[in-house]
Design a protein around this ligand. Sequence first.
Ligand code: RFL
Ligand code: PHB
Length: 389
Amino acid sequence: MRTQVAIIGGGPSGLLLSQLLHTRGIDSVVLEKHTRDYVLSRIRAGVLEHGFAALMREAGVGERMDREGEIHEGFYIAHDGIKERVDLQGLTGNTVIVYGQTELTRDLYDARERTAGAVIHEAQDVQPHDIASARPYVTYTKDGKAERIDCDYVIGADGFHGVSRKSIPKDKLREFERVYPFGWLGVLSRTKPVSPELVYAKHDRGFALCSLRSQTLSRYYIQVPLSDSVDDWSDEAFFAELKRRLPQDVAEAMITGPSIEKSIAPLRSFVAEPMRYGNLFLAGDAAHIVPPTGARGLNSAASDIHYLYHALVDHYKSGDDRGLEAYSQKALARVWKGQRFSWWMTMLLHRFPEQSEFERKLQDTELAYLFSSPRALGSLAENYVGLPF
Ligand code: RFL
Ligand code: PHB
């Protein structure tokens, strides 16, 4: 088989790029290791910045997101028994959209299907070859049969554990990493969310987050030690601990219900540089990971896809390769800003095991400063709604 752009990974990054390229008549094939149902069962992002939403619209897949997604003009930070609001709209003139990653991935799959786009599921042993040459190709196995796709470019959009980044020679890649000493235990429940806007809570017992997918579907998280497993937490124990970390009025208003999904996500900051090796381009979680605290992960992927899409259009439509040449540098500049913000939000709101009294005082002072200075709060808000691409 031959295509112009072979995309490894059928998560939001790979599918969005494939759909965008399709709108400009550029041919691509997406190779996804898992089934569609498996990909859709992973509960991840909930908050989308306007830049991501704009790309969905440009790809012609924003209709349901605009109909069913909720526009959020602000969120709360709870601490010391109170909650204070971050007025995103007032501080930045901008908002975010609450629309689950599951739903937007479903929209992208449906769109690729409608336009007969090639998305090959259960592609095993995917491997890029000759990526430093002008004739790269990708091999994989499907239903026990070995297959090969020849292409101009390979896009590595296969997430943090994918094969793409690993196929770049070690001496050509630098990796920057911080692993945090805790994880987030998340619960999805078919209950009315405790607050119409998100509540991020800092508490001596640890961080907590009240999020949502809709006005009938709640998503809650608590910070837990990495040694905990999902089986250690019954629904009752989870909600009891969540309530302890919230201001009393919020805890009292909480409607609890059986979990329909429960999982633990470790927290990590990670960047691989450069994001290009020969004709392999990395995008999204394949190149960088953030802790979920600032809701930046998928939104950082969006700027990669934006730059890559325009660079590939310039290449194919006008033979202009400047965008491809500049891709890694441009993408990384924005990626690092997302890294800084996610790290900062994580440091601000979590309880660290070895934290000294001095560090805790600084954390409290940082929060106090934030809510006493419109400029400081403005900085938080402009990062949360998304810096320009
Ligand atoms: P994904 O979603 O990991 O998709 C990669 C796909 O590649 C496939 N794959 C392979 N395919 C073929 N061959 C191989 N060898 C392969 N290896 C892997 C995988 O099966 C998968 O389908 O990466 P992508 O597309 O770059 O998307 C990134 C986002 O998923 C991620 O950044 C966000 O979910 C992060 N995130 C959040 N981001 C936000 O912007 N806002 C949020 O509110 C937000 N909340 C979150 C989050 C992530 C979380 N977790 C669980 C890490 C909340 C959580 C709890
Ligand atoms: C979510 O709803 O899953 C979510 C929202 C905001 C975050 C992280 C996760 O910062």
